[in-house]
Structure formats: C-alpha cells, structure tokens
Design a binder for this molecule. Structure first.
Ligand code: ZN
Length: 452
C-alpha cells in the first residue's frame, strides 16, 4: 500500500471496511445532491452561461457574462454575453450567478485506499479487485469535489490501471487518471512492506522493489511494461511505512541515475517521494523530474530546483493530517509512524514558504488517501497560509499542475479546442480560496456530473 508521505509502497494496506461503509453513506448523499443525470458527450451543443469566468488562470483575468459553447467533449467557442443559438436541440446550463474555472488537477493521490485504523490489516486482506472497486468510489468522490484530473502515485498495478482505463472508457465516473502503479523502492525501504513476519514480507515484496543499479532499471522497465504512465520512486524514508529507518536518502546516487535514465529512455518521467534533504538533492542532481513532499529541502535544493525547472508537489494536507492524528487522542499509528509524523508534519508549511519565496515552481498535490478523498481542496487554504496568493494557489492546481504533468494541451485552462472540464463555485476563489471546498457544478469532457 501506498500511501506515501507516507505509504508508498505498500500499497496493499490501506483501505477499510470502515471506509467502505462511510463511502456508501457519502455516495448516497452525493447522488441526491446531483440534480443532473450525466449526459453523454456528442449529444449536441451545450451553451454554458457564465457570470464570472477565469478561463486561463495563467493570466488571472476574470471575465464577466460569457457563454462557453461546447460540442461533444470540447469547448469550441467563448462568446460575449449570454447566447443560445437555435432553439431546440441545444442545452443551456445557467451559471450566471457563479464563478467558473477550469476543472482542478491533483498531482498526488492514492485512489485505491484511505488511511484508517485497520489499514495495516487491509493490506494483507484486500484483493486487487477490492481495491479497484473501493477506488471507483473514491474516484467519484474526487470528481464531485471538482477534480477532473489526478495523478495516482502509488497503488497496486492491477487495481489502479484497471480503474484508470475504466474511467477512460466512461464506465466509471471519475477524474482522468495518470497512474504510476507500484512505487519503485529499495528493499526494506519506504515502498517495501515493513514490520510483518518474514514469510508475509516475502509474499508482499513486489517486482518494483530493487537493490543495485541494474536491478532498479529492471524495476522501472517492468513498471513501464505493466502500464505505468509515470514512474514513482521513494527516494527517502516515509512517515507511514512501519519502520524506524528515518526519513533520509534510501537509493544510492548510482541507483537514482540508473532509474532516471531507464525511465527517460522509455518516455516516462520520474517523480520522487522525498523528505530528507540528502535524498531530495541527490534526486535533483540525478535529473529527476519532480519532488513529492520536499519536507527538509534547503537553499541548495532551491538552487537545484530553479536550475532544472523541477516541480515541487508539497502535499501540505498530508503533513497536516498525520500531525493531527499522531498528536490526537485517537492516534492509530504505530510508534515508528507516530515519531515520523510528529517530526515531519509541522515542518511543511515553513518549507513551502521558503520554496515559494525562493522561486520554486509548485504544483498542487494532496496525497489524498492519507487524508480523506474529496477533501482535496483543503490544500488551497494551507498553500495560502504558506504565503501563496489565492491566484497562485489556483494556478498550482490548473495551469501549473498541467505543465508539471505535461498535459497543458488537455487540462488546466478553458479555450477553444480544450476538453470541456469546468467547475463552478459561489463566491470568488481569488478572494477566499476556501470556496473551492464547496464546488456546486462539475463538467468533465462535456458531461455534467454535478449540478447542485
Ligand atoms: Zn503519496
């Protein structure tokens, strides 16, 4: 299972019957509040009347009284005023009292599970099919919260690749998923199984666990063969693996270079879970593409980020969540997890403040699955507390995350030729980012999934 700040590797351990029961209850509520039955793309032209429109967050320009003309799954035109074309077949969506922006992007989630007191048991009891089905529920919740694209950075290969493809086919409502599958990790590292009896651990150490440069190239290539869109590695220790191995560098410099080279030669980017500064800087020097968490980054890290244009995905929500659990009356973490959560969690706000002030490019990511799926937008307020403006926070979850994930032609802004992924809120997110925690309308690929 995989929650990384947390659990990357051990993907199997995360979800629960408790979570499943909560999911069923929440899904019922969501169904009642979704007034509109999903309409298939290609059902004709849709005219979306918009009161205030942030079409391209890169510009920060908010336009008033516009009509988005949508055909099939695409925006084809943005017109002045409220127009409706010929009466008859055209649908009109009235968002004249709302603020509309592109569908949000979360660069770091774990859809197939959710942290809970039974997570370690679930890792050895749930099947991949169980996890895929749980993931379908969490994917729906994520979409209803306004996130139309996510990167899933750690799940069993079978469960997440099947879920990704089911969403792509339209069989399951959810965000578009860019998936890493299982994280590449060293033996005994954050992504490996830890803290069980030997025979259990032998069974659960997967093909993505490696030691030595040659072996780690093998692990990367097998992930590509299995269907990984991106390679996720655990460059350092992590909070929620049950081992007192610290939060420092785990791959050698030679292993990191071998991993990055093998991935890039096959057209895959590499993103690294990394807390300790030794692992952060070693991965940046090895040519890695992005850092998840970045807890102990220093001035040298900031220099390396800027030199390479590398993206940081801070996951403040995960840091906040584990610190709250570990210091609360109902702490369910093991002693090894608790010590690391109390050490790393509180440092993350200051880390983002320094990185942002230092000019590091920041992409929005939450590590949801550590915190609850559907709460993703709570990250915005934390980013603002760390010194970003509301517009910068919105940019990190739209144009920023799209650039980071290399999908700028498919997500992050609204313009002719772009997919019709858009959300609406009441109020102005450029004044108060917390309005994004209450999304009222969600359209993905021209299909309306939520209209409160
Ligand atoms: Zn993670």
């Amino acid at each position: 299972m995989v929650q990384d700040l947390f659990l990357e590797g051990f993907v199997k351990f995360i979800t629960s019957l408790v979570a499943a029961a909560a999911l069923l209850a929440a899904t019922g509520v969501a169904a009642q509040s979704s007034a509109v039955t999903p309409v298939s793309p290609g059902a004709g032209t849709t005219f979306v009347h918009v009161g205030r429109l942030l079409a391209d967050p890169a510009t920060g320009v908010v336009q008033r009284d516009k009509t988005l003309v949508i055909e099939g799954n695409q925006v084809v035109e943005v017109r002045d005023g409220f127009v409706s074309g010929d009466a008859g077949e055209a649908r009109i969506v009235d968002l004249r009292d709302s603020f509309v922006l592109p569908g949000l992007i979360d660069s770091h989630v774990h859809l197939t599970g959710q942290q809970n007191p039974n997570a370690r048991l679930e890792g050895v009891t749930q099947s991949d099919s169980d996890q895929a089905m749980l993931g379908a529920g969490y994917a729906r919740r994520t979409l209803m919260a306004g996130f139309t694209t996510v990167a899933d950075l750690g799940a069993t290969n079978e469960s997440i690749f099947a879920l990704r493809d089911a969403v792509r086919r339209g069989d399951v409502p959810g965000p578009r998923i860019i998936a890493s599958g299982e994280a590449v990790s060293v033996h005994g590292g954050h992504g490996d199984i830890n803290g069980y009896r030997e025979d259990i651990m032998h069974l659960f150490t997967g093909e993505s666990i490696c030691s030595g440069a040659e072996d780690c190239m093998r692990a990367v290539r097998l992930q590509v063969r299995s269907g990984a869109d991106i390679i996720k590695i655990t460059a350092t220790g992590g909070v929620l693996s049950n081992t007192a191995a610290g939060l420092g560098q785990q791959f050698s410099d030679g292993e990191l270079a071998a991993i990055v080279g093998a991935a890039h030669r096959m057209g895959r980017r590499v993103t690294a879970h990394a807390h300790g500064v030794d692992g952060i800087n070693a991965f940046l020097r090895a040519g890695g593409d992005s850092i998840e968490h970045g807890t102990y980054l220093d001035d040298e890290s900031i220099r390396l980020f800027r030199r390479e244009g590398t993206w940081l995905v801070p996951t403040l929500l995960a840091g906040d969540f584990v610190a709250r659990i570990a210091s609360g009356p109902d702490n369910f973490f093991t002693p090894a997890q608790t010590a690391k959560a109390l050490e790393a969690g509180p440092r993350m706000l200051d880390m983002v403040r320094r990185a942002h002030a230092g000019g590091v490019r920041i992409a929005f990511g939450t590590d949801s699955g550590v915190s609850a799926h559907g709460d993703n937008a709570q990250e915005f307020a934390l980013l603002v507390r760390a010194g970003m403006t509301p517009l910068e926070a919105v940019q990190s979850a739209t144009v920023g995350a799209a650039a980071h994930l290399r999908i700028s032609q498919e997500a992050g802004r609204l313009a002719p030729g772009m997919p019709a992924d858009l959300i609406a809120v009441t109020g102005d997110p450029l004044t108060d980012v917390t309005v994004l925690e209450r999304v009222r309308f969600v359209m993905k690929g021209g299909v309306v999934y939520r209209a409160d």
